[in-house]
Design a protein around this ligand. Structure first.
Ligand code: ZN
Ligand code: ZN
Ligand code: ZN
Length: 266
């Protein structure tokens, strides 16, 4: 992928860790008929040319893949190891079975170590793995830019409370879920964006996530053409909250598709 190439973003899941509706909740958003208020756990698919990159294997991965007819993934990019972003990992076996090859997975050192420990059955016995009944994953520590297929991926270090996590810059798209601070060294990686997807959680502040006003403040500094807030709780009624957002800032919703153009010719 050159800087001039466009890519396609598909928001697979835009909800917080409980999902919306929350089990047992009878609030107006959880009972809403607006499909944009029904949010599965956070994940996205980025497609550029023939390369499809899945960001996180959410708890809702299977339902998301079926809903959108996803039958091929070239790699998985992990933002961090929290359950809502990781625990659909066993369903990656459908892709490795179909593709008959190991699936490369990228994440920071802590996330890769956590995957190896938490899902030891996937890595313990090579003979068992050969039966394709478990995911065959190839784990890679991502600490510098990498080219996957034809796509250049820039990891963007972020803070999620005290926890270092990764966002990703791909062409003119940045995907920054689960974050409450952007370290000074990461700001230069986020210049010239067309689309910024960023954690907006809810109107009220939170210790480990940007709230809506904080996400808007980041967008005002980075000045992308489009900002999409994601990882939303049941405190966010789509229509009411989106109506009050500044120009260029929208709420993401499950199933949202967006073409992100490449660089304009100079
Ligand atoms: Zn999360
Ligand atoms: Zn609710
Ligand atoms: Zn998290």
């Amino acid at each position: 992928m050159t800087a001039a190439d466009s890519l396609d973003l598909l928001c697979l899941g835009t909800g917080t860790s409980y999902g919306v509706p929350m089990i047992g909740c009878r609030c107006p958003v959880c009972q809403s008929d607006d499909p944009r208020n029904q949010r599965t756990r956070c994940s996205a698919l980025v497609t550029a040319g023939t390369t499809a990159l899945l960001i996180d294997s959410s708890t809702d991965l299977r339902a998301q893949a079926l809903r959108h007819g996803i039958d091929r993934v070239d790699a998985v990019l992990y933002t961090h190891g929290h359950a809502d972003h990781l625990h659909g990992i066993d369903d990656l076996r459908a892709f490795t079975l179909l593709q008959r090859q190991p699936l490369p997975c990228y994440g920071d050192e802590a996330t890769i170590g956590l995957i190896r420990d938490r899902y030891a059955y996937m890595f313990a016995d090579p003979a068992f793995a050969l039966r394709w009944s478990i995911p065959r994953l190839e784990l890679h520590v991502l600490d510098s830019p990498v080219t996957i297929g034809s796509v250049d991926v820039q990891p963007v270090p972020l803070l999620h409370g005290c926890l270092p996590v990764l966002g990703f810059r791909i062409g003119r798209l940045a995907y920054l879920t689960d974050c409450s601070a952007i370290p000074a060294t990461s700001w230069p990686l986020l210049q010239g964006l067309h689309t910024l997807v960023i954690d907006g959680l809810r109107p009220q502040p939170h210790t480990t996530h940007f709230c809506i006003d904080q996400a808007i403040e980041v967008a005002a500094q980075l000045r992308p053409e489009i900002t999409l807030l994601t990882h939303l709780t049941h405190d966010v009624d789509h229509a009411a909250v989106e109506a009050a957002l500044p120009p260029g800032v929208r709420l993401a919703y499950d199933g949202l598709r967006l073409r992100v153009p490449g660089c304009q010719p100079q």
